[in-house]
Design a protein around this ligand. Structure first.
Ligand code: FAD
Ligand code: DLZ
Ligand code: SF4
Length: 559
């Protein structure tokens, strides 16, 4: 496989993207041993925890300094799950210790440092006063919010700030822009094929391995009772992690989520072990049961690698290469390998491209005019709907739920109930260990809520209780019955599904991919649609009455 993408490999990288952004200025690369050469302060953010991060290119250990800061602003801009905060702080501290051991000067500011100002800008200002650097270098952040913070840094600190392209991705922002240019709609499948060609992953010359680009049709099996997925490859917390866990428990007692059972890897070495274990134990079944949900198996055959990929402990390329190698060695079937690689090479790169292409306007759209506040049970888990209660309980316990739980349970409900996009987005950003806005927002705003009007996905992933029943064992333990369509005992997803189509006919009625359900709806007798509308309204009203405002900062609400 090529290490740089084929046709695009000779495109200019975005090393100096700060140069064409308002408020930042380019800084020349320093000559390594020059007397009086620039002293660089390299800021490494909590999701840039990689020894190969672009900001460290050209680092001179005899002269330059790494700055890492634990800041209150980042721990509370949404009320993150306790495990997410612990994961990031512990992984930051581990990287700082590794760099220090290598002889690199690391200025590390802890959350409980009494002088800590609580923000990136405040801590950078203090560090500039401490070290008098001649320039600041940082890798572009993963969130628009943080990128905007950097706009006035050169002026504020009186030092040039170089913002380097984040080259951990297989498709740069410029390459994605070039791909998107002139297209009326962006479709992941076409982007993905392009990425397969560019990287050579699962390719035989110009043809996809196995003669097809996508083996999804084979990846929709329910988990049989006779098949037990592998146990999670958890990591026992070491002294650094235990110290962080105590800090988080003391400082964020009211944030959502359990700390007990924290088992995330916080070093590259342990993340690599998790990757190896996934490839040998779970990948062979990943494809078949990719969409399956099971009450007692929160992880099924999923990888649990997203937090490591997103903070830099693993690289997308090496994860895809490891999967392909297993396939070529006959250790994993093609449907599993292709399905897995598509998630990373396709979806992950695609949502990142969309985020940077469309922000900040992207977050503001609300194509379906969804206005309902987030129901309180998203935080408490107190609902008689077993699929939701289980997914939220898994989330609380592990800071994790797998893709189909996120998309077809908590996501599907939010879509059908018409939850306000900004409220459900803030929930997803808070509760998952892997959540950063560049990846969370397109998934929630676009894929789940269709709030972008179909820019990311050609139709909303709306489904009735029958889908959840087919793909899980949740319904057998539920107070409701997916086979009952209306009236007592009916699964709420059933009336909500048809009510969603009724209410959004003006926006969705002409979508060719929804032609079938609208045809079915049109054939329904008027008294049946009236019953659906009445029961859906009564159900949704009961939600509103039960809900309390999940306002970040009112932390007693998250206990
Ligand atoms: P697996 O199912 O084993 O997949 C392998 C890898 O593929 C993942 O580690 C991830 O890096 C990548 N991947 C899979 N699907 C997607 C996708 N749709 N978008 C981007 N990458 C993907 N993923 C995040 O990393 N952060 C988020 O904040 C996030 N929010 C989501 C919110 C919603 C509503 C939905 C539907 C999906 C979201 N995803 C998010 C995508 C996906 O659900 C998670 O990446 C996946 O569940 C992580 O678990 P895993 O490592 O076991 O993934
Ligand atoms: C998510 C997070 C948290 C909880 N804490 C910190 C922190 O204390 N210091 C830090 O540098 N980064 C943290 N992060 C990750 C940042 O929020 C992330 O770098 C930005 O959102 C940009 O993607
Ligand atoms: Fe969910 Fe409906 Fe099944 Fe209950 S019956 S678990 S609410 S899909």
């Amino acid at each position: 496989m090529a290490t740089r993408m084929g046709p695009a490999a000779d495109m200019a990288t975005e090393r100096d993207i700060g140069a064409d952004q308002p408020g930042t200025s380019p800084a020349p690369e320093p000559a390594a041993t020059e007397v009086g050469a620039p002293k660089t302060l390299v800021l490494i953010l909590g999701d840039q925890l990689s020894r190969e991060i672009a900001a460290l290119d050209g680092f001179d250990a005899g002269r330059d300094i790494v700055l890492m800061v634990e800041v209150a602003q980042e721990t509370t801009y949404v009320p993150h799950h306790k495990q997410k905060i612990a994961f990031i702080l512990s992984a930051m501290r581990h990287l700082a210790a590794e760099l220090t051991e290598e002889g690199i000067a690391v200025d590390y500011v802890r959350l409980d440092d009494p002088a800590n100002t609580g923000s990136f800008t405040g801590e950078l200002a203090r560090a500039v006063a401490r070290h008098s650097p001649t320039r600041i270098v940082v890798t572009e952040p993963g969130e628009w919010r943080v990128r905007r913070m950097m706009d006035d840094w050169p002026e504020r600190f009186g030092v040039p700030v170089q913002i380097r392209d984040d080259d951990r991705f297989l498709c740069s922002r410029a390459e994605f822009r070039a791909w998107a240019d002139g297209r009326k709609a962006y479709r992941m499948e076409f982007f993905y094929r392009e990425m397969r060609r560019r990287t050579g992953l699962l390719m035989e010359g110009d043809e996809p391995t196995g003669g097809r680009w996508n083996f999804d049709a084979e990846n929709r099996k329910r988990l049989p009772a006779t098949l037990t997925p592998p146990r999670r490859a958890g990591v026992e917390p070491d002294a650094i992690t235990r110290e962080v866990l105590a800090l988080v428990a003391a400082r964020f007692p009211d944030h959502f989520g359990d700390l007990d059972g924290f088992a995330w890897a916080v070093t590259r070495q342990d993340a690599l072990s998790a990757l190896e274990r996934f490839i040998s134990e779970a990948l062979p079944h990943f494809g078949d049961y990719q969409d399956a949900m099971a009450q007692a198996e929160p992880f099924v055959f999923h990888a649990l690698l997203s937090p490591y990929l997103n903070v830099g402990l693993l690289q997308a390329r090496e994860v895809c290469v490891a999967a392909e190698r297993a396939f070529r060695a006959g250790q994993a079937p093609l449907n599993a390998t292709e399905g897995f690689i598509r998630q990373i090479l396709g979806w992950r790169e695609y949502v990142r491209g969309i985020y940077w292409l469309e922000m900040p306007a992207y977050a503001q759209t609300n194509a379906l005019s969804a206005q309902r506040p987030l129901p309180w049970f998203y935080w408490s888990g107190e609902t008689a709907m077993n699929c939701l209660a289980t997914t939220i309980a898994d989330t609380r316990r592990h800071a994790y739920a797998h893709h189909i739980q996120r998309l077809m349970v908590t996501g599907n409900f939010a879509l059908l109930a018409g939850i306000r996009p900004d409220e459900i987005e803030a929930w997803y950003l808070a509760v998952y260990c892997d959540a950063f806005e560049w990846v969370e927002l397109p998934n929630v705003h676009g894929m789940v809520m269709h709030a972008d009007g179909g820019l990311l996905a050609s139709k909303p992933y709306a489904a009735s209780g029958a889908y959840i029943d087919r793909m899980s064992d949740y319904c057998g333990r539920c107070a409701f019955d997916p086979k009952i369509k209306t009236g007592p005992g009916a699964c709420p997803f059933n009336v909500l599904y048809w009510n969603f189509l009724i209410e959004n006919r003006a926006t969705l009625g002409r979508n060719p991919r929804l032609a079938m359900p609208y045809k079915t709806l049109d054939r329904m007798p008027a008294d049946r649609t009236a019953t659906i509308a009445r029961e859906a309204t009564a159900f949704l009203d009961s939600l509103d009455q039960a809900q309390a405002p999940p306002v970040a900062g009112q932390q007693d609400l998250f206990a």
